[in-house]
Ligand binder design. Structure first.
Ligand code: KG4
Ligand code: ZN
Length: 410
């Protein structure tokens, strides 16, 4: 089975093409991600309409790259799309004039590729952005007569933890399996969810954030510290530096320079919201507000103070995540722990969960580095598993910005 995956839920325009005969060994024919980070950096965050414009401008060029790379972009000047279909495509893409123009200039010049289904993210995410991917999927489905498989983005992140690269040379993956019930912690710029995987494809969200998502909190605190967007990696870099310095100063014969540096390290104590609440929900906006008040009280935000805040912020977030996850692992008798989402790139958070796995003996599944951020490979893989649930019965596909993981499968 060959699946085309399309992901446009936030600020990555991503398309992939995968092939698998058994649903386990997955050959990646092409996998492209065009990030909009540089654009959004200038504004300190993602503006949905700006992101949407970029998606609709870039989807066809990215699709062309994917088809060319996988040798599916075979040109065929004889190929014709009926006028009736062209009218329908114009309707589907009427809010994306630039994509419509590119679509009509490109798609009729290539042969229908040998693709079995198009997997596209239907939610959750930024609705204007989701629509661009969905509309492209619908238009392609119409021209090529192949079904569209709607995919929940968060399920994509769960699957990303299960994809293991088979060897360094080929871009092929093996889909790992685990015993259920299992727990997945999904942490990204838009989401913070603790998900119970009852059995394959059966999910229950047992906890979530009541305000900011973890990544969002990282980004907001980074902004308060005057660090560039996206703030997660910046905070992580500062916190790691500070930890290294502390370790070195405690291990080594302290040189004068190091002594000076470590004596300048401030100790900051931020709150650990909901650490002891008896549910599995999270709240991160309070930590951000504490950072704000702290900065307002400071005569000057020195580099040392920035580092100290970054360190305690990262520690606070990690402590809450680890503590709640550990409790849930125990309560639900979880046999595996899966991590997913952009924040999993964070070294300290990863390391802390590796420790949890060592202590409890519960196997940990973490995405390969390239799979932590949003990508279309994970969407295609979910599509591969769900290829039977296609757009049918006249229920039109639509963007579902607030879609929950437990409504993914009916
Ligand atoms: O999953 P993702 O790529 O996009 C969303 O669906 O949101 O996650 C992006 C988020 C951003 O908030 C970014 O700051 C955060 O992940 N992030 C990190 C790190 N790398 C990315 N947060 C903490 N530490 C990191 N190393
Ligand atoms: Zn994501």
């Amino acid at each position: 089975m060959i699946i085309l995956g399309i992901e446009t839920s936030c600020d990555e325009t991503a398309i992939s093409l995968i092939e698998s005969s058994d649903g386990k060994d997955i050959a990646v024919l092409a996998n492209k991600t065009l990030t909009q980070i540089e654009l959004h950096k200038q504004y300190g965050g993602v503006f949905p309409n700006m992101a949407k414009r970029e998606h609709s401008r870039n989807l066809i060029p990215v699709l062309k790259e994917v088809l060319d790379e996988s040798n599916f972009g075979i040109s065929n000047i004889e190929y014709r799309i009926s006028n009736e279909k062209i009218e329908k495509i114009k309707e589907i893409l009427n809010r994306e004039p630039e994509m419509l123009e590119q679509f009509l200039a490109y798609i009729p010049t290539i042969e229908k590729p040998n693709i079995d289904a198009i997997a596209v993210t239907e939610g959750p995410g930024l609705e204007p952005c989701l629509w661009t991917g969905i509309n492209l999927a619908r238009a392609l489905s119409l021209v090529w007569n192949i079904p569209v498989v709607p995919v929940n983005h968060m399920e994509g992140h769960i699957f990303s933890a299960l994809l293991r690269r088979k060897n360094m040379e080929t871009f092929n993956f093996e889909l790992l399996t685990f015993n259920s019930p299992a727990l997945a912690l999904l942490i990204s710029g838009g989401h913070t969810e603790l998900v119970l995987i009852k059995s394959a494809g059966k999910y229950e969200i047992i906890g979530q954030t009541r305000d900011d998502a973890v990544g969002e909190a990282f980004d907001k605190v980074a902004r308060l510290l005057g660090l560039p967007y996206p703030g997660g990696p910046e905070i992580s870099r500062l916190a790691e530096q500070s930890r290294e310095l502390k370790v070195r100063s405690s291990k080594l014969k302290v040189s004068e320079d190091l002594e000076h540096k470590t004596s300048n390290l401030q100790t900051i104590q931020l709150p650990r919201p909901m650490l002891h609440s008896d549910d599995y929900d999270f709240s991160f906006s309070g930590i951000k507000t504490s950072v704000l008040y702290l900065i307002q009280k400071l005569p000057k935000l020195t580099d040392d103070l920035k580092t100290a805040i970054a360190l305690d912020f990262e520690n606070a977030v990690t402590e809450v995540l680890v503590s709640k996850t550990k409790r849930a692992l125990e309560e639900y008798g979880s046999k595996a722990l899966l991590l997913g989402g952009g924040v999993i790139a964070n070294t300290h958070i990863r390391r802390s969960f590796e420790k949890v796995s060592e202590e409890t003996g519960i196997p940990l599944f973490v995405p390969e580095n390239e799979m932590t951020t949003d990508n279309a490979l994970m969407i295609a893989v979910v599509g591969l598993r769900r290829a039977s649930r296609i757009e049918e019965n006249g229920t039109p596909l639509k963007a579902r910005g607030n879609m929950r993981l437990d409504e993914a499968i009916k």
